[in-house]
Design a protein around this ligand. Structure first.
Ligand SMILES: [Ca+2]
Length: 276
């Protein structure tokens, strides 16, 4: 799929006019919802754009799966083999420390809850607890299903698994305590990947698109869609199908927002612009 095709798919998805399998396609909705949609066309969610504030180098071999800003630097998890967790200097992208996962594991989402860094793996149901300063492993846990993105709201871990579902986990026991289905006016929207909790909202990028959804975690309702297309020029990644937008980090003190992607050569500080 070319970049142009992906962007066309994104545009179709943003319009939410069709149930065709577009890039951030709506998943099969309940029959009653589909009938309602057929009777009354559903307006698309508010759409937002962005401005680039600053650009930083990013390790182009980092297949980014989780991204967090902490204490002036980035914590990042990467997938493929060997997967890694790493501390990264923002200003020049220098990897300050790195740990490799066992080669049977494909690294996924990352968050820091208190003084514990927590990471997921893709299809192995194994999670890890780390010291975020030393990257020393401190424990493991298990969960059901796949692991994609991870963040928290101060009380609960919030996990995505590639579907439209956001699941809540107890941050100490890792027991699943609930969840919501991310939706636009009742229609589920899936392929949720990397997550960040920002000002009471969950922000999720949608796999293989340039879309970031702003989500109300109480209801799963989509509040708006941020269109991040155009951050990279065509040809900046070798494989636009796999090397997609993935990575949202928030600096709450300075209110800075960072985004990058899998094997992207650059990481961006951006400012989101008004809905239109
Ligand atoms: Ca994140």
């Amino acid at each position: 799929m070319t970049l142009a095709v992906r962007l066309a798919g994104l545009a179709a998805g943003l319009a939410l006019g069709a149930l065709a399998p577009t890039a951030w396609a709506l998943q099969a909705a309940p029959a009653a919802t589909q009938q309602a949609a057929a009777a009354a066309p559903v307006a698309r969610p508010p759409r937002q754009g962005y401005e680039v504030v600053a650009t930083y180098p990013h390790d182009p071999t980092a297949f980014t799966q989780g991204l967090v800003f902490r204490n002036g630097e980035l914590l990042e998890s990467t997938g493929r083999y060997p997967s890694t967790v790493r501390r990264v200097r923002l200003e020049d992208g220098e990897v300050l420390a790195k740990r490799e996962l066992d080669t049977r594991l494909f690294g996924e989402g990352l968050t820091v809850f208190g003084d514990r860094m927590i990471t997921l793996t893709w299809q192995t149901g194994e999670g890890f607890v780390w010291n975020p300063d030393t990257l020393e492993p401190e424990g493991t846990f298990t969960y059901t299903g796949e692991g994609w993105g991870l963040t928290h709201d101060g009380a609960r871990l919030i996990l995505s698994d590639g579907t439209s579902r956001l699941r809540f986990l107890d941050p100490v026991t890792f027991a699943e305590t609930g969840g919501v289905t991310v939706n636009w006016q009742g229609r589920p929207v899936g392929r949720l990947n990397e997550l960040e909790f920002i000002d009471g909202e969950v922000w999720a990028n949608v796999w293989q698109t340039d879309a970031v959804l702003r989500i109300d975690p109480a209801t799963g309702n989509i509040l708006s869609v941020i269109d991040l297309s155009g951050l990279l020029a065509e040809g900046e990644v070798a494989d636009p199908n796999d090397e997609v937008l993935n990575g949202i980090a928030w600096d709450p003190a300075a209110r800075r927002l960072f985004v990058t992607g899998k094997n992207w050569p650059r990481l961006f500080e951006i400012r989101v612009t008004e809905a239109r």
